[in-house]
Design a protein around this ligand. Structure first.
Ligand code: ACO
Length: 317
């Protein structure tokens, strides 16, 4: 048994942080950020937790699916920026939307939403589940070093959500992990133990941009190609590719490597930056609501991030 997406939703906070405003905080420029990354502005939360943003995205997804929170059998959320370790963000979301089902988080950095979707698909395949809420939500602004221009210009806050049910849309998926904490590292802080003798870094994003960049291009291209081969379709058969929104140049190089027109890749990085686990569901929701998706369209979703990790899947709409 496979799954189908019966509703999607997204939410981004109102506060817009432009490249020009960032240029007053660190030594950077609108021109550098647009040319090297493709971002013009991003959204930053000033008063909402990631869980509150997730709940708003979830409510929009439930409305699109025509269901109430009572009908949910499962909630799986992806995040690297929860406001608490316990309760989990998914537990908070359960409370905020008034659901009564089991809820837990997964963490696979920017690949997290697709890991969560694959986990939910496995639960639904087991039987006994009707509707599941799967979301990615991030308040990354809380784990950025706002003095580090190589990372603070890249990220943004937001949330995206899917309601899924048993169905036949989910044709193939691939998860990949290759340990590397040099390319991308977010320590969890020193902690309070008076006994622990090793140093642990601050809970802030540290990244080797170029290493992550190369990993991203290689994985996005290989994963999507491999999934197409697995289900006996060609890349030309894909109507849309919804990639993680990390850098326009990563997406352009991936398009070139796959010999596909870049227009096939849905992009909104210019407006939101990299929202980590929220980026794929926010992008997919925009695409779905744009009216551009037609029944039968083959759509690949693909992401990469800390771990290092990557994840991808193909849906028939
Ligand atoms: N403004 C101006 N100059 C800058 C900035 C900035 N914001 N940031 C870096 N520079 C400078 C550097 O200091 C360097 O200067 P130098 O040549 O004088 O030494 C120059 O620009 C080039 O720096 P690079 O690091 O080589 O720049 P690059 O072209 O690689 O772009 C970037 C950096 C945008 C980070 C890119 O490597 C990238 O997008 N990498 C992938 C990141 C990513 O996808 N992360 C996703 C995973 S995140 C997760 O899972 C949580």
């Amino acid at each position: 048994m496979s799954i189908q997406v019966v509703g999607t939703g997204a939410y981004v906070p109102e506060r817009i942080l432009s490249n020009d405003e960032l240029s007053q905080m660190v030594e950077t420029s609108d021109e550098w950020i647009r040319q090297r990354v493709g971002i013009a502005e991003r959204r930053i939360s000033v008063s909402e937790s990631a869980a509150e943003m997730a709940a708003k995205a979830a409510e929009r997804a439930m409305e699109a699916a025509g269901i109430t929170a009572d009908e949910l059998d499962l909630i799986i959320g992806a995040t690297i920026s929860s406001d608490s370790i316990c309760p989990t963000m998914s537990s908070y979301v359960q409370g905020l939307i008034g659901a009564h089902c089991p809820a837990f988080d997964v963490n696979s950095a920017c690949s997290g939403f697709l890991y969560a979707l694959d986990t939910a698909a496995a639960f639904l395949a087991r039987g006994g589940y009707r509707y599941a809420l799967v979301f990615g939500a991030e308040r990354l602004s809380k784990i950025l070093n706002w003095q580090d221009r190589s990372t603070c210009v890249i990220f943004g806050d937001g949330a995206g959500a899917f309601i899924i049910a048993p169905g036949e849309q989910y044709l193939a998926s691939k998860l990949f992990t290759q340990f590397d904490n040099n390319a991308l590292d977010i320590p969890n802080g020193q902690g309070s133990s008076p006994f622990y003798e090793r140093e642990v870094g601050d809970a802030l994003v540290a990244m080797s941009g170029q290493e992550t960049f190369k990993f991203a291009v290689r994985r996005l291209a290989e994963d999507v190609q491999q999934l197409c081969t697995e289900i006996g379709i060609t890349l030309d058969d894909l109507t849309w590719i919804v990639p993680h929104q990390a850098n326009t140049r990563i997406i352009e190089l991936c398009a070139k490597r796959l010999k596909q027109p870049v227009e096939k890749f849905y992009m909104n990085i210019e407006r939101y930056g990299n929202t980590s686990s929220a980026s794929v569901p926010i992008s997919f929701d925009e695409l779905a609501r744009s009216g551009k998706l037609k029944k039968g369209d083959l759509i690949a979703m693909c992401a990469f991030g800390g771990g290092l990790s990557s994840a991808s899947c193909i849906l028939r709409w």
